[in-house]
Design a protein around this ligand. Structure first.
Ligand SMILES: NC(=O)C1=CN([C@@H]2O[C@H](COP(=O)(O)OP(=O)(O)OC[C@H]3O[C@@H](n4cnc5c(N)ncnc54)[C@H](OP(=O)(O)O)[C@@H]3O)[C@@H](O)[C@H]2O)C=CC1
Ligand SMILES: CC(=O)[C@@H](O)[C@H](O)COP(=O)(O)O
Ligand SMILES: [Mn+2]
Length: 384
């Protein structure tokens, strides 16, 4: 029985993870859950899965959660310390990192420090602190099994081969809801349009990231940390999200992983790796699908792609600043304070205002993150 702690249990990744666990009660057991403020959902999850520990980041909500779980013998914790306890619970064999944004960094890092196997969905942790995360995982012998669909595809296609045998990774992108929009059309897109991903049902932040294609920029950085900074990563637009990514090996042979766009597949794989478990989900029917299409990405219409490439190339604190600026700009767009096209502009300005410094420890990342949030908020206020 594999014992699982879930960071971000109330979100899209968390709920899909619990669905996989519920379908496999003989294999997996939930030992701890953490979320931010969603009392009702985490309480309902706790009543159903009976973890030892639950935690809410929002300390003002904890009394309400304690009230709902009274008499069940479940320990209720709060704040970042609570998330860390969920991430490091001695009984947990594996931690699913499914919080959104840099908020997941410290608990995820602490899970690795505690020697936990990591099922990683929270790509932002690798974007902001890839070097530190990979170092601590290597030092403590912790496997990082990617949950992000593209990185799960690459991991599966690699099938244990050495990364040195990879010629290049081909990271697929749906292109998002605005794949065919002109630059002029992008000036007038609405929040509701941006929240309609063509293929995937996900949380709001990543859905907007897909619309700006910052998601692919973040995934480019994520792939570099997971599969080798020297490995070339090309982005290929594939509107149907059926081929989840490909690897070209040095002999030009190409391996791909395909499947219906359903996160329960990469989640099942990460939880059961190196095994595979049966999933009672619809099979891929390529004949019914008919056509799969491929295009080059457009770095002009989707400037976030270039911003992410440049931030990784320049290194130091720039990826952390890129990420924080993106989180604030995306939230400002969701709050209807700025138009869609301001998202990359505001991120670019924040990056330009930043004096990069070395990242030696997590506190350096957190400091850059704090600075960038404040700077971006000022830019949002000016733009509004
Ligand atoms: N959704 C998907 O299909 C995919 C997601 N990912 C990645 O997975 C991560 C999660 O995405 P998704 O599930 O869509 O996001 P959601 O917005 O749906 O869920 C976010 C989760 O994080 C929790 N959370 C947010 N802030 C904090 C905090 N400060 N402390 C503790 N918990 C917090 C939320 O709690 P609460 O509900 O209480 O606010 C919620 O449980 C992201 O990094 C995303 O890029 C990657 C591939 C696919
Ligand atoms: C499901 C998943 O992994 C998301 O990251 C998804 O890939 C988003 O799609 P695009 O960013 O390709 O639009
Ligand atoms: Mn993805």
């Amino acid at each position: 029985m594999k014992k699982i702690s879930i960071l971000g249990s109330t979100g899209s990744i968390g709920v899909n993870t619990l669905d996989v666990i519920e379908r496999n009660p003989d294999r997996f057991q939930v030992v701890a859950l953490a979320a931010c403020s969603n009392v009702d959902v985490i309480a309902q999850q706790a009543r159903k899965f009976r973890p030892q520990v639950v935690s809410l980041f929002d300390t003002t909500k904890v009394d309400a959660l304690r009230e709902q779980l009274k008499g069940l013998g479940i320990e209720v914790l709060a704040g970042q310390e609570g998330s860390i306890q969920v991430a490091t619970l001695p009984q947990a064999d594996m931690v699913v990192s499914g919080m959104v944004g840099c908020a997941g960094l410290v608990p995820t890092f602490r899970a690795l420090k505690a020697g936990k196997a990591l099922a990683l969905a929270n790509k932002e942790t690798l974007v902001v602190a890839g070097k530190l995360m990979m170092e601590v995982a290597a030092k403590n012998g912790c496997p990082i099994i990617p949950v992000d669909s593209e990185h799960s595809a690459i991991f599966q296609a690699l099938n244990g081969e050495q990364s040195e045998r990879i010629k290049r990774i081909i990271l697929t992108a749906s292109g998002g809801p605005f794949r065919t929009f002109t630059s002029e059309q992008l000036e007038h897109v609405t929040r509701a349009q941006a929240l309609k991903h063509p293929n995937w049902d996900m949380g709001a932040k990543i859905t907007i990231d897909s619309a700006t294609m910052m998601n692919k920029g973040l995934e480019y950085i994520e792939a570099k940390w997971l599969f080798g900074l020297e490995t070339p990563v090309d982005i290929l637009v594939h509107a149907q999200s059926i081929i989840h990514s490909l690897i070209e090996f040095v002999d030009t042979s190409v391996m791909a992983q395909l499947g219906m766009p359903d996160m329960r597949v990469p989640i099942s794989y990460a939880l059961s790796y190196p095994d595979r478990i049966e999933c009672d989900l619809p099979s891929l029917n390529l004949a019914q699908m008919g056509t799969l299409t491929f295009e080059e990405p457009d770095f002009e219409r989707f400037p976030c792609l270039q911003l992410a490439h440049d931030a990784l190339d320049m290194g130091q604190t720039l990826p952390a600043v890129l990420n924080a600026a993106n989180e604030i700009a995306v939230q400002a767009f969701l709050d209807e304070l700025i138009p869609f096209k301001d998202i990359p502009e505001i991120i670019r300005m924040t990056l330009n205002h930043h004096t990069p410094s070395a990242v030696e420890e997590i506190e350096d990342v957190l400091e850059a993150d704090r600075w960038a949030r404040e700077e971006t908020r000022k830019l949002v206020t000016v733009a509004h």
